[in-house]
Ligand binder design. Structure first.
Ligand code: SAH
Ligand code: AVI
Length: 450
């Protein structure tokens, strides 16, 4: 077990943060403001990629898809077209098509054309402008198809519209948007989608595959500079919405391949020492300092199947393009009598027991020690996110979950810091439990040798 903050210095560090960054953000400030302040205050500056997608960012993403270098959009669309009728045979009569991160819904048209048995379409997107535009265009072109858009963040609690209740659901998650998650986020998302779509569902996921570095890097470095504009739109959006004064010309777009973590990383690199104001705060950048804006993980069939299995899905079909290779995977909920070992661990959690070897212990002066458990060891589908939020000046914004199986006692029993401040960055992607709202938290000593 790792101990975090057990000495005074890490919390002095937090006190130091409190003194230098005034806590002027209030509950009325947007998630965007809170995430920007947290991300730009971190030792390694970072921002969540979901904020790329305001109206301008969504249009820039569509323009990226038209560049010769960005093969994923072109190749995935062609793959869908080539196998449309095979894919359509896996879609049950009267199914509801639920798309995560639907954007312009262009690829959806290939599915809708091949599968007239689809009874309604539910596009979900954080970009309200892109969603409204796409829903209007689809309603015009498919007048008999009910289109019920849901605007929101698919990493939070999603509620499907009444049209989807009692119907078989087919999830569609194209574009390799799954690659923009960390592993823990991808597992959390796939588990929550498994819960949302239900036992008889199908989930179609588009995922970009590992390939040669030159092809990958070029896709995120188009010569026309559209990807650079997309990357810098994050700064432009901070200027527009959070009173920022970023000079876009004072940052360079950088896309690099991280072979060890099999991902393209996008950064914005400060060209000089500079001070920037945004969201009522001041941030210092050193010359050459990087702001990490996006990861785009690339998969192999094996790595993807393993990820899906850990989240309760099994792979039923896969379609893979010629080079540059891109895959569409058809997933089905795992049957309980055929669980692979990774999922068996998950199943034991349905008895409400969590077994982890890598909990963190956070000690804050005067408070009882709190154990933070990696979300990858927790079956998050057993938890229900609530609207409850709190704010801690040392750790950041805190979100809560209830445990429906635990009844009233377990309301808001679990909490997480999704973007913790730098001093406690290690608790990201972990959850903590109130000891009096669960049956027991037991610490077992590791035996020396097995
Ligand atoms: N599916 C489309 C668009 C992919 S771009 C395609 O394959 O071409 C990623 C899309 O996901 C954008 O439309 C963006 O607005 C949306 N998105 C990104 N993060 C999101 C989040 N957290 N919640 C909901 N939508 C999100
Ligand atoms: C949406 N997502 C999968 C794209 C990607 O490839 O990671 C976003 C993007 N970033 C730069 N170019 C495109």
């Amino acid at each position: 077990m790792q101990t975090l903050g057990s000495n005074a210095s890490s919390f002095n560090q937090a006190e130091g943060w409190k003194r230098t960054v005034s806590s002027e953000l209030t509950a009325a400030d947007s998630d965007f403001a809170v995430d920007v302040v947290a991300g730009l205050s971190a030792r390694e500056k970072t921002l969540p990629p979901k904020y790329f997608y305001d109206a301008a960012g969504s249009e820039l993403f569509e323009a990226i898809g038209r560049t010769p270098e960005y093969y994923p959009t072109r190749v995935e669309t062609a793959l869908l077209q080539q196998f449309a009728s095979e894919i359509a045979t896996g879609i049950p009569e009267g199914a509801i098509l639920v798309e995560f991160g639907s954007g312009a819904s262009d690829k959806t048209r290939v599915i809708l054309d091949a599968a007239p048995q689809i009874a309604a379409y539910v596009p979900i997107d954080i970009s309200e402008d892109a969603l409204a535009k796409a829903a209007a265009a689809l309603s015009r072109d498919y007048p008999k198809l009910p289109v019920v858009p849901v605007a929101g963040d698919f990493t939070g609690a999603i509620r499907l519209p009444a049209a989807a209740h009692g119907r078989v659901k087919v999830g569609f998650f194209p574009g390799s948007t799954i690659g923009n998650f960390t592993e823990a986020e991808a597992l959390r998302f796939l588990r929550s989608v498994r819960h949302l779509l239900g036992d008889n569902s199908v989930l179609l996921v588009g995922a970009d595959l590992v390939k040669d570095e030159a092809t990958l890097v070029a896709a995120y470095n188009d010569v026309e500079g559209i990807t650079a504009r997309f990357n810098k739109n994050l700064l432009a959006r901070i200027n527009r919405e959070l009173g920022g004064d970023f000079d876009l010309d004072a940052f360079d777009h950088l896309a690099v391949w991280n072979a060890e973590l099999t991902r393209i990383e996008m950064h914005l690199v400060s060209r000089a020492d500079q001070i920037v104001n945004a969201a009522k705060h001041t941030f210092a950048f050193k010359a050459g300092e990087r702001l990490h804006t996006e990861d785009s993980h690339k998969f192999t069939t094996e790595s993807f199947a393993d990820l899906a299995a850990q989240a309760g899905w099994s792979m039923s079909r896969e379609w893979i393009s010629a080079a540059p290779q891109f895959a569409i995977f058809s997933l089905a909920p795992q049957r309980s009598d055929s669980l692979p070992s990774t999922a068996r661990r998950t199943r034991t959690m349905e008895t409400k027991s969590i077994d982890t070897r890598s909990a963190l212990t956070l000690r804050e002066g005067g408070y009882a020690a709190v154990q933070y458990i990696p979300q990858k060891d927790v079956d998050m589908t057993l938890l229900k996110r609530t609207d409850h939020h709190t704010y801690c000046p040392y750790k950041g914004d805190c979100a809560y979950y209830s445990i429906p199986l635990g009844g009233d006692r377990s309301v808001n029993a679990v909490w997480t810091y999704e973007a913790p401040y730098a001093a406690v960055a290690a608790i990201k992607d972990h959850v903590a439990f109130y000891p009096d709202r669960v049956d027991a938290i037991e610490e077992q000593k590791e035996s020396k040798k097995r």
